[in-house]
Design a protein around this ligand. Structure first.
Ligand code: 13P
Length: 337
């Protein structure tokens, strides 16, 4: 087993998953605005420190993805944030892309940037305690998109990023996110997500990335939010498994889904159904941002000093996700806190 494979398994094994707390300052400001909390450096630290010191960190959170601001911050007791995360046995991750920008050759689409100077930034992040990283490529579904240009440029960037990250001794999370926006069908999502994932692995192999030292972070296969299609959690699980079984090489150790705008319960129920039916060798778990933090953020916004109450809500969500990552969740458990 290689060192990178060990890191990937440490993050994903035993029902653990990833807390995606790597919202950029702009995104975090949007989240804070939605609950009327001022988005300043102190508040962002306070909310995140509250989550990272909760008791579910030990049992449920194998890794936390941070944003550049947070990895450099210190807690109220003087520890660095990576020290706080590591003290619960969890690993520190870092978002290293610099965001999705308009793609010059197809102006309605985006390409993720951040390769320039990445080798040097990775050294810095490793020294700050990071052991895994994230890069998100983003794709929209319409009649004409995603274009071949957007698929190939994003897959190429993801692969070059992954090769640099492995060179720096860290595990790259490969995140090609197909957005839920639009009125497309679940079949269309299956078809287009499959093409994108296949292209990513073609580029990863071309760039000599060791797949056993990577984690895939995909979307689940869902109809667009504006589609009239009705689909059950079971069908979502079947389609998602079909996509991954057919397009992800078997040397990939694990898959950690993004929640992508699903509610907390939807994201938990779908992950549970996926695990009940998981007939692959991949670990299937979560790497949720909103679906782990939404209720905790709402509660915290009422009284930012209510640390215990906020942690209780976060702990419950993390516990539910960990059960779902083992196919042991049921809706009745949601009310037993
Ligand atoms: P969501 O789970 O809120 O989609 O966030 C996950 C993530 O990291 C998106 O890049």
């Amino acid at each position: 087993m290689t060192e990178l494979n060990k890191i990937a398994l440490q993050i994903l094994s035993n029902g653990k998953g990833i807390l995606a707390a790597d919202e950029s300052t702009a995104t975090m400001t949007k989240r804070f605005d939605s609950v009327n909390v001022s988005s300043n450096e102190n508040n962002r630290l306070l909310f995140r420190e509250t989550l990272f010191s909760s008791s579910s960190m030990k049992k449920s959170i194998g890794g936390v993805i941070l944003y550049d601001e947070t990895i450099r911050q210190k807690t109220s007791t003087g520890k660095t944030i990576p020290e706080l995360i590591n003290s619960s046995g969890s690993l520190t991750g870092i978002k290293v892309d610099t965001g999705a920008k308009i793609l010059a050759g197809s102006k309605e689409e985006k390409v993720t940037e951040g390769l320039d100077g990445l080798r040097e930034r990775l050294k810095d992040y490793y020294n700050l305690g990071a052991r895994f990283t994230k890069w998100r490529g983003v794709f929209s579904i319409t009649n004409k998109y995603p274009s071949n240009l957007s698929i190939s440029t994003n897959a190429h960037a993801l692969a070059r990023y992954a090769a640099l990250v492995q060179e720096a001794g860290m595990v790259p999370i490969i995140e090609p996110e197909v957005l839920m926006d639009g009125d497309h069908s679940s079949r269309d999502c299956l078809h287009k997500t499959s093409i994108i994932i296949r292209k990513c692995y073609e580029e990863l192999e071309l760039n000599n990335v060791s797949l056993e030292g990577t984690i895939l972070k995909p979307n689940m296969i869902l109809p667009g939010v504006n589609s009239l299609e009705k689909i059950s959690n079971e069908e979502i699980a079947e389609l998602t498994l079909e996509c991954l079984r057919n397009n992800v090489p078997s040397s990939v150790p694990g898959i950690a889904f993004l929640s992508g705008g699903q509610t907390e319960i939807e994201a938990t129920a779908n992950l549970n159904e996926i695990n009940i039916r998981n007939n692959t060798d991949f670990i299937m778990t979560y790497s949720y941002g909103r679906a782990l933090q939404q209720s905790a953020l709402k509660f915290w916004s009422q009284d930012v000093n209510n640390i215990n109450g906020t942690q209780e809500i976060f702990d419950h969500r993390a516990k539910m996700c960990t059960l779902a990552a083992q196919g042991k969740w049921s809706e009745s458990l949601e009310n037993k806190k």
